[in-house]
Design a protein around this ligand. Structure first.
Ligand code: PLP
Length: 419
């Protein structure tokens, strides 16, 4: 892809890292199984009391080896997947990076905000982000005496102006849901760096490290919902944070207290999914670009939101920052006279045969939804308009079906919609 020349010189991680993690591969497990065993245990044993005391004094395994005494503090299956994720996200950046897994993406986000924001502090987040994240800031954090400011995505003057002496975190998302806005990571880091105590955090679920590597721009913490592209099969929930090892260590310490740990079965499924991450995402990139171009030229469509299109407001920064533009395409259906916007979009959604009508994204199956009905149903059309969530908007999360089949399906569904 010619776009790569503009990407950081470390490049993007490839299928090799997805399949193997760091090379050379980690030492064989005791059974010499190729795959990571599911270490299904709630606790760990000590040979005798002297061993336990040696462990407590940090002398067992020379104080290393990841030995813990209880499964809330760690699990070898989970640990193996964390190392693979750190390798994928950090690549060969200088310095020491680590990853921490959580049972869901939301646990990752809430755990980090609760752990890092003291009462009386302040967090800034960009709009058009995951709705539950915004709601968490505006309700839970507020109750704990932590203030938040919402700034428009792409308005870097507003971002700089929102910084207060007590600001501790700038939280962004890129690409965003559902308008696929792309944050200028270099600018965000530059703004944050003018203030000593501000950490930058990004929810990069929609991009995956196959398409974008925020750590190379100096972002402190990268969050993903592992439920989406990482696991990739719509069958398991997980979340992950990747960052500098010291920061991740501190978050791991608080995980022992807050208790949101990933189950080893789920970790195994996540690792299985990760092995095909690069293949899947590249196919989804290709299909989404083709779908976006097809829809943009179609008379039944008013507007297409995809960062791979020159018409997208963030196309220029996406080209510099991303190796591919992801598998989600959002579009506004033209509303024929006599139809409501909700109905016009619903006719297209209902006319499609391949995608399931379902929330979520990033799996092998294509999924489609109207945000107005799925995530913003309790709001009125008027309220939705105020927050920019249009009734004729459709979010299409493309799977790994054949591109030609997806295009043909859209063609027939839009023809039906026109009648
Ligand atoms: C799904 C999603 C989340 C939440 O992740 P869960 O695994 O569902 O808790 C957060 N951010 C983004 C961008 C998401 O798509």
């Amino acid at each position: 892809m010619e776009k790569r020349s503009e990407l950081p010189k470390e490049g993007l991680p490839n299928g090799t890292t997805a399949v193997h993690g760091h090379l050379p591969a980690r030492t064989a497990n005791p059974s010499h199984a190729l795959t990571t065993p599911i270490w299904q245990t709630a606790t760990y044993t000590f040979a005798n009391t002297a061993d336990l005391i040696a462990y407590q004094e940090g002398k067992l395994w020379g104080g290393t080896g990841g030995r813990v005494e209880y499964a809330r503090y760690g699990n070898p299956t989970v640990r193996a997947v964390e190392q693979r994720l750190a390798a994928l996200e950090a690549g060969n950046l200088p310095g020491s990076y680590d990853a921490l897994l959580f049972p869901t993406g939301m646990t990752a986000i809430t755990h980090i905000l609760l752990s890092m924001l003291p009462t009386g502090s302040h967090v800034i987040f960009t709009d058009d982000s995951y709705r539950k994240t915004r709601q968490f800031c505006q309700t839970f954090l507020k109750r704990l005496g932590i203030e938040s400011s919402e700034v428009p995505m792409g308005d870097y003057d507003a971002l700089a102006a929102a910084i207060q002496p007590n600001t501790r975190i700038i939280l962004t998302e890129s690409p965003t849901n559902p308008y696929l806005r792309v944050a200028d990571l270099e600018r965000i880091v530059a703004i944050a760096k003018q203030h000593k105590r501000i950490k930058t955090m990004i929810d990069a679920t929609f991009a995956t490290p196959v398409n974008q590597r925020p750590l190379t721009y100096g972002i402190d913490l990268v969050i993903h919902s592992g439920t989406k592209y990482f696991s990739g099969h719509n069958d398991v929930m997980a979340g992950v944070a990747v960052g500098e090892a010291g920061l991740i260590h501190a978050l791991r310490q608080s995980q022992g207290m807050l208790g949101g740990v990933l189950d080893p079965h789920a970790a195994y499924l996540l690792e299985r999914g990760l092995k095909t991450l690069a293949l899947r995402v590249q196919q989804q990139n290709r299909s989404a670009q083709a779908v976006a171009e097809f829809l943009e030229g179609h008379p039944a469509i008013d507007r297409v939101w995809y960062p791979g299109l020159p018409s997208h407001p963030d196309h220029a920064i996406a080209r510099q920052q991303m190796g591919g533009f992801g598998g989600v395409v959002s579009f506004e259906v033209a509303v024929p006279p006599g139809q409501t916007a909700l109905d016009a979009a619903a006719r297209v959604v209902d006319g499609l045969k391949i995608p399931y009508i379902a929330a979520s994204l990033g799996g092998v199956e294509s999924l489609i939804e109207q945000p107005a009905i799925m995530s913003y149903f309790e709001l009125s059309t008027e309220e939705r308009r105020t927050i920019g969530m249009k009734d004729n908007l459709v979010r299409f999360a493309i799977g790994i079906e054949e591109t030609a089949d997806i295009l043909a399906d859209l063609e027939q569904a839009l023809a039906v919609g026109e009648q």
